[in-house]
Design a protein around this ligand. Structure first.
Ligand code: SF4
Length: 193
C-alpha cells in the first residue's frame, strides 16, 4: 500500500523503511518535528535524515519551519503531559498529510524506539486516524532495534543523545534529585549520563 511514514530522525527510520519496503509498501517519509530543541539540534537531525533519504532513495515531505514558540506554548503549564501533547501534534499532522495526499495509511518511526512510550504512540496514532479519517498502520518496529542501530552506525548517521525537547535534554544530563551540576558535567565528559 501507499504509506506515509512520519520520521522523527534518520537513525530511527533505517529499520522501518527497510521492513516496510520488504513487505511491498510504497513508502514516503514525512519530517515534522517542532519538538527538537535547540535549533542547531533540529538542523542536525534534519541533516541526518537528508543523508539517509539520499542513501535510501526515500522521498520525503519536509516541514522545515521551526515553530519553537508554538511548541512551548502547547506544553506550558502542562509539562507533565508534554509527551502526550507532543506525540499527538506530530501524529495528527501525519494523519492530515496522509489524508490530503491520498495515502492508504500513515505510521511513525516513534514505534521503533525503545525509549518512546510505545503504547501511548499507538493510542494517539489510532485517535488521530479516527479524527482525520485515514488508517493508522501499526507495527511494533522495536523488534528490529538492534539491527537498526547497527545499520545506522555503519552509515555514519548522527545519533542524538536525548529525545528532543529541552526537558528531555535536562533529564538526560542533569543530576537526578538535585545535586551539583558540576557532577553532571564531569559525568558527561566521562561519557556517562
Ligand atoms: S520527551 Fe520527547 S516525546 Fe516527550 S515532549 Fe519531549 S520531545 Fe516530545
Amino acid at each position: 500500500m501507499r504509506l506515509l511514514l512520519h520520521i522523527c530522525c534518520g537513525p530511527c527510520a533505517v529499520y522501518p523503511v527497510r521492513v516496510l519496503r520488504e513487505a511491498g509498501h510504497e513508502v514516503r517519509g514525512l519530517f515534522f518535528n517542532p519538538n527538537i530543541q535547540p535549533y542547531q539540534e533540529f538542523a542536525r537531525r534534519l541533516q541526518a535524515l537528508e543523508d539517509f533519504a539520499r542513501h535510501a532513495g526515500l522521498p520525503v515531505i519536509w516541514h522545515r519551519s521551526y515553530d519553537l514558540e508554538g511548541w512551548l506554548r502547547m506544553v506550558a503549564f502542562r509539562e507533565a503531559e508534554r509527551c502526550r501533547l507532543c506525540y499527538y501534534l506530530r501524529l495528527r499532522q501525519a494523519a492530515r498529510v496522509a489524508r490530503g495526499g491520498g495515502f492508504a495509511a500513515f505510521t511513525s518511526t516513534l514505534l521503533y524506539s525503545r525509549y518512546q512510550k510505545h503504547e501511548l504512540v499507538r493510542e494517539l496514532g489510532e485517535q488521530a486516524a479516527r479524527e482525520v479519517g485515514v488508517d493508522f498502520y501499526y507495527q511494533d518496529f522495536r523488534e528490529g532495534w538492534t539491527a537498526g542501530v547497527a545499520e545506522s552506525r555503519a552509515l555514519g548517521l548522527y545519533r542524538q543523545a536525548y529525545c528532543g525537547c529541552i526537558f528531555s535534554e535536562r533529564d538526560r544530563f542533569a543530576p537526578r534529585g538535585g545535586g551539583d551540576p558540576e557532577d553532571a558535567r564531569k559525568g558527561r565528559l566521562r561519557g556517562e549520563g
